[in-house]
Design a protein around this ligand. Structure first.
Ligand SMILES: O=P(O)(O)OC[C@H]1O[C@](O)(COP(=O)(O)O)[C@@H](O)[C@@H]1O
Ligand SMILES: [Mn+2]
Length: 652
């Protein structure tokens, strides 16, 4: 039997007769003509879980647009804002209305709000099939909401029926629950799919909370950022990665993430730091904490921990460079360039004075060796990281839903760059003795990273683990994309020139049409409408930088969710949505707090720039899912033919 016949036979088990096959074709054909679902792109979340949650709730303006579409001039701006706030924070808003007696009749308010929410919910659901809507409805109110959003209110006998349902809900004291259910359903429907273009971790206080949120999200993919990869490496037990994630957490006063978020015991590191740096003020290791959010009485203690883990990191990194001569990173071997007597260091023929010369654990004869106590602490941390269930769960999710790049609906998504040489051509990079460039480099590196987590063979696994560190900070890593990571210099040398990290030529060529075309083609994209979407580099709005490059063919959406970088960027980030009409770029204002958002109805989404307005509204037929559906339709039509020609026999 030919492959095709065999396949049809298998298919006939699911579609057993002419009628069911024809029905499926009709269903699929109708899905193709629905408007394309809205995609939402976020990047560089950097542990800012509150702001992240807020942007997910407002869909970067998608909820407001739905409200506008539905109510236009019927509601005042104030009323529309209030409705938006209710959708984002139903529990909090209802509590506030009740506690502050903000309305004269609560039941009337419920009635009005529920009616408004139903309208928004109905229009947000209109892009989906009934079956998809049904599956997405919250269990408790599935039946009621389905009735309310699918019925015809304009028919007079139905109006009474609807009112009766709503009034009964209110009478039974269930209005708040219905409001919450409707609000969640709206947020669920306005965004069909979420892309996280890297860097969920580091700097902010809640990356673990962001991960929990993502794991509960209905549809998501992740392009790993350098900060995610270093956490993934840490979870595999890679020592330099473990030291790095701890150093970042210490630097930002966020060691709680490890202790409370992940339940990793830091007492051994604490004791080591207190003993080793007992009388050391650790001035170079001051924290980047946030006013009002950090307990200053911990400052000196945290500085000591910060220094202890930084020194451990530098040693472990030196060991990595020596272990992997093929990484060719000898220029980053710095501890052996220190003149401990003079308190100076020589880097690339230039001598610098060190700001700190107290290195009680460094043996000048063997500067990269951990002291016995440091080694003990590191081993304890390694065991804690690989045995931390919650971290392992988060990281497994990153491997499952994530990758180094993604081609989705004709766009190319990655966190950092595609390494280029000075001439703007793909840079050849050697990995394990073979040369790769462009897409092949991405594919090979991703395979190696996955081995670090999944391989059984210890050597293969260890290499994969070490590649996480390589990908975090190597000059040829597509997610890092800078000539070096000047961490040591930034701590110990005054001269700012030594801190400079030069970006890969990608960032100078990415405004050129040929470059963008070359990259898109390399990843199999030839459509004029295709775009590159990347994050990683904060868009310094204050300096007049724009996220839209190359005439809109490349979009950099890192405007810095990271509060730590907001003084530099001037705003709180760019996010992107791609709906059936085109791309919309949202610029966000800094997010203060949930309380503030609920109280004032302020929304961080401040401005939406239309990047592209499509000629024809995009439908599911234009998407990747559409392509798959069309394939399935073809197969089903073959099946139908086979029934009609008597090649297959119908079953009941
Ligand atoms: O300012 P911080 O938090 O110390 O981090 C600086 C380091 O972070 C990096 O910018 C990498 O982080 P990003 O991916 O967020 O850019 C390094 O190039 C740099 O050395
Ligand atoms: Mn990054």
């Amino acid at each position: 039997m030919s492959n095709e016949k065999q396949y049809l036979k298998i298919l006939s088990k699911q579609f057993t007769n002419v009628a069911s096959t024809a029905t499926e074709i009709i269903n699929l054909q109708s899905i193709l003509s629905l408007p394309k679902g809205t995609e939402h792109f976020l990047s560089d979340i950097h542990g800012e879980h509150e702001q992240f949650a807020h942007v997910l709730k407002n869909g970067s303006g998608a909820v407001k647009r739905k409200i506008d579409d539905e109510f236009g001039n019927i509601l005042s701006e104030k009323e529309k804002k209030e409705l938006a706030t209710l959708i984002y924070y139903p529990e909090e808003r209802i509590r506030m209305i009740k506690e502050n007696h903000m309305v004269s009749s609560l039941d009337d308010w419920y009635l009005v709000m529920i009616n408004r929410l139903i309208r928004v919910c109905k229009s947000s659901a209109s892009k989906y099939t009934r079956s998809k809507v049904r599956k997405a409805l919250p269990k408790d109110f599935a039946y009621v909401i389905e009735e309310l959003i699918t019925g015809r209110r304009d028919l007079c006998d139905q109006e009474a029926y609807f009112n009766e349902i709503i009034k009964t809900v209110i009478r039974l004291g269930k209005a708040p629950d219905l409001i919450i259910a409707l609000s969640k359903t709206i947020s669920r429907f306005v965004i069909d799919h979420l892309h996280i273009v890297g860097d969920i971790y580091d700097r902010g206080p809640g990356p673990h909370i962001c991960m929990d949120t993502l794991m509960n999200y209905h549809s998501v993919d992740i392009q790993w950022g350098n900060h995610d990869i270093v956490w993934m490496g840490a979870a595999t037990g890679q020592l330099a990665c473990i030291a790095t994630v701890l150093r970042f957490s210490a630097r930002y006063g966020n060691l709680d993430i490890l202790e409370d978020g992940y339940g990793i015991n830091l007492l051994p590191l604490f004791k080591l730091a207190m003993d080793t740096y007992k009388d050391d003020p650790c001035e170079c290791f001051k924290l980047h904490y946030r006013e009002g959010e950090y307990d200053l009485s911990n400052a000196l203690m945290d500085r000591k921990m910060h220094k202890a883990i930084a020194i451990i990191q530098f040693k472990l990194e030196g060991q990595m460079i020596k272990k992997h001569p093929e990484f060719k990173m000898e220029d980053r071997l710095l501890l052996d360039k220190i003149d401990f007597n003079k308190g100076k260091i020589k880097i690339a023929d230039k001598e610098y004075k060190l700001k700190d010369t107290n290195f009680p654990t460094i043996n000048p004869e063997d500067p990269y060796a951990l002291s016995d106590r440091e080694a003990e602490v590191v081993e304890k941390l390694r065991v804690a990281f690989i045995n931390c269930d919650k971290l392992q769960e988060h990281v497994r999710f990153l491997y499952r839903k994530g990758s180094l790049y993604k081609v989705y609906n004709n766009n190319l998504l990655f966190h950092g760059c595609v390494p280029l040489n000075n001439k703007g051509k793909f840079l050849e990079v050697e990995l394990c003795g073979h040369k790769y460039k462009g897409k092949a480099l991405y594919d090979e590196l991703e395979k190696l990273l996955r081995k670090g987590y999944y391989a059984i063979d210890p050597e293969e696994k260890q290499l994969g683990m070490d590649m996480h560190w390589y990908t975090w900070c190597h000059k040829n890593s597509p997610v890092f994309g800078k000539d070096r990571m000047a961490t040591f210099e930034r701590y110990f040398i005054e001269d700012k020139e030594s801190h400079v990290e030069v970006k890969n030529p990608y960032y100078t060529w990415y405004d050129k049409d040929e470059t963008v075309t070359m990259i898109l083609n390399e990843f199999g994209l030839s459509s004029k409408e295709s775009r590159i979407i990347n994050g990683h580099v904060p868009v310094e709005t204050k300096k007049g930088e724009l996220p839209i490059r190359c005439g809109g063919r490349l979009i950099v959406i890192d405007g810095g969710f990271s509060k730590a970088y907001q003084p530099k960027t001037g705003i709180a980030g760019y996010t992107l949505t791609y709906n059936s009409y085109g791309f919309l770029l949202a610029a966000h204002e800094p997010f203060e707090s949930v309380e503030k958002a609920v109280e004032t109805g302020s929304d961080i989404h401040s401005e939406t720039v239309l990047i592209q307005h499509v000629e024809r509204r995009k439908t599911v037929a234009d998407t990747d899912t559409g392509k798959e559906i069309k394939e399935t339709i073809k197969e089903l039509e073959e099946l139908l033919k086979a029934y009609r020609k008597g090649e297959l026999v119908e079953k009941s």
